[in-house]
Ligand binder design. Structure first.
Ligand SMILES: [Zn+2]
Length: 138
């Protein structure tokens, strides 16, 4: 141990410093070694954001919408032709149904076609009904 007064070495079995004569107690003599507190830098663990799996909704083809549009186009063309436009009662109706279903189906592409199908089918049906209403049956 070391003397607390002068700092010289004092043998453990001696209670008095041989250099300066100060009373040395073992508890005081032992220089307290201040262990430097190692400040560990706080490691900011990057928050791992697990990629959220979102099922990719691949829009399916809107076959009904396309069919509805085609039927609507055909119906509109036919609706002006007397007698033959009786077909429109079938094609226009089917086109309307297909198009409405095509619009209502979720997660499908080509809704524009389906909407066009609704409009065209409706126009065809209106024309056909009008012709029959105003011109009478053929
Ligand atoms: Zn001393």
């Amino acid at each position: 141990m070391y003397c607390t007064s002068c700092g010289s070495y004092v043998p453990d079995n001696q209670g008095v410093c041989p250099n300066c004569g100060a009373a040395v107690t073992p508890a005081q003599a032992q220089p307290v070694y201040q262990q430097p507190v190692y400040q560990q830098p706080a490691y900011q663990q990057p928050a791992y954001h697990a990629p959220v799996y979102t099922p990719v909704d691949v829009p399916r083809g809107n076959g009904l919408g396309t069919a509805g549009m085609v039927l609507g186009i055909v119906s509109t063309c036919i609706s002006w032709i007397p007698a033959i436009n009786v077909i429109v009662f079938v094609t226009g109706f089917l086109g309307l149904i297909f198009s409405i279903v095509g619009v209502c189906r979720r997660n499908v592409s080509g809704k524009g076609k389906a909407i066009a199908g609704i409009i065209l089918s409706a126009i065809a049906l209106v024309i056909t009904f009008s012709m029959y209403y105003y011109l009478g049956n053929y």
